[in-house]
Write a protein that binds this ligand. Structure first.
Ligand code: B1M
Length: 216
């Protein structure tokens, strides 16, 4: 049953069918399916497929845009369910989250933010296309322990390094720890730019954030 639904979820993203994506997300809630499984085993399979097709020149920008819209809509339906996964507990820490300057990919970053919130972090999500001074300024304003940066493009991942260099220059580390993520981000990259860590997915991001604030 869920396998069939996962397939339909992937397919509606591939076809850019936003309304169907919303309906399937709602159906998964009625069926009490785990919201993270719905995202990773269903919808993400579709968005990855269209991404690969796009990379291979077999799909085009409008298809990428429609897939992104459908994916975003499905995740928005599931967000309240993800938040419910968390239990009331102590505040783990404050996180400023953003997609770096020049980059408008937001789905993974938002998912990471939702999972962090569900796990007790106070998350200030600045959104996409955020320059270093805004990210650092907000972190100082709310006295954040962590800055989290997402980058999905090989051309924008260098922006993560710029923020870290600026923090170092201002003597703001290790007071502010930095975690980085996004499809092209590897452990090697994180080490090279002297980030405090990276993770491949939202669950790993929560574990990393807990580690960075000494709560795991
Ligand atoms: Co874009 N895009 N895109 N795109 N897009 C990619 C990234 C690409 C790999 C597709 C491809 O060619 N195969 C490619 C990049 C190639 C490269 O750099 N080498 C690409 C390109 C080229 C582009 C444009 C340049 C296309 C163009 O205009 N010609 C353009 C760039 C615009 C810009 O940013 N300036 C562009 C635009 C778009 C859309 C707007 C159409 C849309 C985004 C819609 C939106 O976000 N609202 C889009 C989409 C949907 C994708 C793909 C298909 C899917 C991204 C996604 O949402 N994945 C993507 C291909 C791919 O990645 N497979 C692609 C689902 C999401 C849940 O995963 O974001 O990886 P992800 O997040 C994961 C982990 O990475 C991790 O946890 C998340 C949850 O598991 N994670 C973190 C993420 N952030 C983290 C932070 C952390 C820790 C973990 O700590 C802080």
């Amino acid at each position: 049953m869920s396998e069939e639904l996962y397939k339909q979820m992937a397919q509606c993203i591939i076809e850019g069918e936003k309304e169907i994506a919303i309906e399937l997300a709602q159906k998964s809630i009625e069926l009490k399916m785990h919201p993270l499984d719905t995202i990773t085993k269903g919808f993400v399979v579709g968005v990855n497929y269209i991404g690969d097709q796009f990379g291979a020149g077999e799909a085009f920008l409008p298809e990428l845009v429609m897939a992104g819209e459908a994916m975003k809509a499905a995740v928005a339906v599931l967000e309240p369910e993800l938040l419910k996964l968390g239990e009331a507990r102590e505040v783990m820490g404050r996180v400023v989250l953003a997609t770096v300057e020049g980059d408008i990919h937001e789905i993974g970053k938002t998912l990471v933010g939702t999972m962090l919130s569900a796990s007790g972090f106070e998350v200030t999500d600045l959104g996409v296309d955020q320059p270093a001074d805004k990210i650092i300024g907000k972190a100082l304003e709310i006295d954040a322990q962590i800055i989290g940066m997402s980058a999905l493009l090989t051309t924008t991942m260098v922006r993560q390094r710029e923020v870290i260099e600026e923090l170092d220059k201002e003597g703001l580390r290790p007071r502010i720890r930095v975690m980085v993520g996004g499809a092209p981000i590897t452990k090697d990259w994180a080490e090279k730019i002297k980030a405090d860590g990276t993770s491949e997915d939202a669950v790993g991001a929560v574990q990393l954030a807990k580690r960075l604030v000494g709560k795991e």
